[in-house]
Design a protein around this ligand. Structure first.
Ligand SMILES: NC(=O)c1ccc[n+]([C@@H]2O[C@H](COP(=O)([O-])OP(=O)(O)OC[C@H]3O[C@@H](n4cnc5c(N)ncnc54)[C@H](OP(=O)(O)O)[C@@H]3O)[C@@H](O)[C@H]2O)c1
Length: 307
């Protein structure tokens, strides 16, 4: 098969598209013919070698943790999906080596959800990591109907899902983003706010007394300002800075594969409650460009590889 491969850590330009062996399919694994693979900031960070302290890495490696496609093989212990099914997965593994930026990928059954007929495979490939992160963070911060939620970096991959999912739960959402993205944020259901200096005053103006929940997707000054932004007994969660959010009495979330939760998210997409906004599509041969696009830190929605 063809795959995007790195032989050394570095800038996205170290990625080469090469012929490699097809993956082996263990007993609990599903072999997926890849239709789409979402590109997330973690992918360029992995290519740069920044995740080596967290996972064993084995070079040469294929990056990519998001996938959708058609099942073309199953291991003998797999029962709930079959050859021919359309599926999607957040395919993070305990070892970093055989990722999703490839024509074929073998994924553990615990991560694999069926894609409803009315959901496009490109959307289903861009959803898993960012959608699950958003849902798990909203669960950790107990976002519910009637809450006012401030989402920092609401226009990005995770932010776009967190905003829509919080709105679907009945929350009021204030979302930060640069001015150029404010119409986009309104389209997601958020009241847009410029980030940076003066944010506390802008939040205070819209929500005197502070917000019920701060959802932090950017860290730094935004997260540090939490005590000035939260109402008494408010909650805070972050996916970026574990130590800081713990010091603030909040929750850190590191997204985990969850086939059941991904299945629910796909249903929400099918019902039109959640839209997957594709910012840019790239072919497998353009994997390096896709990683570079994500590295800018200013993607609106999701970048995706389509095969
Ligand atoms: N812990 C976990 O499990 C986990 C899971 C997923 C992601 N993450 C991490 O969480 C972060 C966000 O992920 P993502 O996929 O949402 O990233 P992303 O899609 O690259 O986010 C891009 C968005 O960030 C916005 N942004 C940039 N600087 C900002 C600022 N100072 N204040 C507010 N918004 C700002 C941009 O808006 P403008 O263009 O308008 O500036 C852009 O829309 C990344 O660092 C990622 O690695 C962690």
């Amino acid at each position: 098969m063809r795959a995007a491969v790195i032989h050394e850590f570095g800038e996205p330009t170290v990625v080469r598209v090469e012929d490699v062996d097809d993956p082996l399919v263990g007993p609990d694994y599903v072999l997926i013919k890849v239709a789409a693979a979402g590109v997330n900031p973690v992918d360029w960070k992995m290519v740069a070698g920044y995740l080596q302290g967290a996972f064993p890495h084995h070079l040469p490696l294929i990056p990519g943790w998001d996938v959708s496609g058609e099942v073309v093989g199953v291991g003998p212990a797999v029962t709930h999906v079959a050859v021919g099914d359309r599926v999607s997965a957040y395919a993070r593994k305990d070892h970093v080596q055989n990722g999703t930026f490839a024509e074929l990928v073998a994924v553990h059954i615990r991560a694999v959800a069926k894609v409803p007929d009315d959901v496009d495979l490109v959307d289903a490939g861009a959803l898993p990591l960012a959608g699950l992160t958003a849902a798990q963070l909203l669960d950790a911060t107990e976002v519910a109907a009637g809450d006012t939620v401030l989402v920092h970096a609401a226009a990005g991959g995770v932010g776009s899902f967190a905003t829509q999912l919080a709105v679907a739960r009945g929350a009021r959402v204030l979302g930060t983003g640069s001015t150029a993205g404010h119409d986009y944020l309104r389209g997601l259901g958020a009241e847009p706010l410029e980030y940076g200096e003066g944010l506390t005053a802008r939040v205070e103006e819209l929500c005197p007394g502070g917000v019920d929940v701060v959802v932090d997707l950017i860290g730094g000054d935004a997260l540090a300002a939490t005590p000035d932004l939260l109402a008494p007994n408010g909650r805070v969660g972050s996916i970026v800075e574990a130590d800081t959010v713990h010091e603030l009495g909040g929750r850190y979330v590191f997204v985990r594969p969850d086939a059941g939760m991904l299945g629910e998210l796909l249903q929400q997409v099918g019902r039109g409650e959640v839209k997957v906004h594709i910012a840019e599509r790239f072919g497998l041969d353009q994997a390096a460009e896709a990683l570079a696009a994500t590295k800018t830190g200013h993607v609106r929605g999701k970048v995706v590889l389509t095969l």
